[in-house]
Design a protein around this ligand. Structure first.
Ligand SMILES: [Zn+2]
Length: 328
């Protein structure tokens, strides 16, 4: 069996830093957003957290070669197209409800899952890790992994206030890549953030019961008391060595042995990092924008427990259940 801790949620919700920390615990390896592995291998420019571009990363080159027996771009393109065919939004009902699948889709989906089985098995063999920490975020990909009889998926659904996400999505962030040509992370407009954030988080909340272990986590709770929350999360996931990584209540030692090739630009940081609440959006985001996003995402905010939720500050004095069972 291959054990995967899968960090799910929408973008700009802290999924990368969570994976960096979890991947630093003994026996764990953070790999970033493996959903994008095939397309990123074709490009190869993005910096892996080990410090070199993906195309030059010895670890990923070995994994790719052993998984496919080849690094031919045509084969990568085939898998990327296969992924596009079975994981696109249009086909989400077939992923959610296997009984609805036409035979042709079912055949393609099984082929895709078998390729993923080879990929994750190879990562475990090459790295020697016991737990792969994957921050691919997407519900459809978590379900694809969960269909494999040899992949054991623990779901960690992390959410962040939609207004904070909206503010973050509008900030220009430079992607760490090889070469001098700057590349920036994708930006989203307010309405797009509110709708995508709502749909993705509601689907994740709805499917959580399908995983053997499923944990929900508010980003605000995590950054309010990071050491305490991560200790609870590690305990829920059965991960050892939590205390050795933390030098204070908000300072943690992030391992340089992870290979995170996609995610937040901060993925390339390692060593001691500080986790602090980031509520700049409350001061800098115009009130009318906050209200617009809040109104559009109200149903999902309610579903995720944000309405009437305590602030991060109040949570620091009230350490009641910080990591809860997911609501299915
Ligand atoms: Zn690497």
């Amino acid at each position: 069996m291959v054990r995967v801790v899968y960090i799910a949620g929408d973008g700009r919700s802290g999924t990368t830093v969570l994976s960096q920390i979890l991947g630093s615990y003994p026996g764990c390896l953070a790999v970033g957003e493996l959903y994008d592995f095939w397309t990123e291998c074709l490009d190869g420019d993005r910096l892996c957290s080990c410090g070199v571009p993906l195309r030059d990363c010895q670890f990923w080159n070995t994994v790719l070669e052993q998984t496919l027996g080849s690094t031919e771009p045509a084969l990568l393109r085939y898998i990327a197209e296969l992924r596009g065919a079975v994981q696109n939004t249009y086909h989400l009902p077939f992923v959610l409800f296997p009984r609805l699948r036409p035979k042709s889709f079912d055949r393609q989906f099984r082929e895709y899952v078998e390729i993923l089985e080879r990929l994750y098995t190879t990562i475990q063999e090459v790295s020697g890790c016991e737990v792969i920490v994957d921050s691919s975020k997407l519900a459809a990909y978590a379900l694809a992994l969960n269909e494999s009889p040899i992949i054991d998926v623990d779901l960690v659904h992390v959410s962040r206030d939609s207004r904070a996400c909206a503010y973050s999505w509008r900030r220009l962030k430079r992607e760490p890549i090889a070469g001098d040509q700057p590349r920036y992370l994708q930006q989203r407009k307010l309405m797009q953030v509110a709708l995508v954030w709502s749909i993705r988080n509601m689907i994740l909340a709805a499917i959580s019961g399908r995983f053997e272990t499923s944990v929900k986590l508010h980003y605000e709770t995590f950054v309010g008391q990071p050491r305490l929350v991560m200790g609870q999360l590690a305990a829920r996931l059965g991960l050892q060595g939590h205390d050795e990584r933390w030098t204070s209540d908000n300072e943690v030692l992030v391992s340089a042995s992870n290979h995170i090739f996609a995610g937040n630009p901060n993925r390339v940081q390692h060593g001691l990092i500080q986790i602090r609440p980031d509520d700049e959006w409350r001061r800098q985001m115009p009130i009318y924008q906050q209200r617009f996003v809040y109104a559009l995402s109200l149903p999902a905010l309610w579903m995720l427990g944000y309405l009437g939720a305590r602030t991060a500050q109040s949570e620091t004095t009230d350490p009641v259940p910080l990591v809860g069972d997911q609501v299915g």
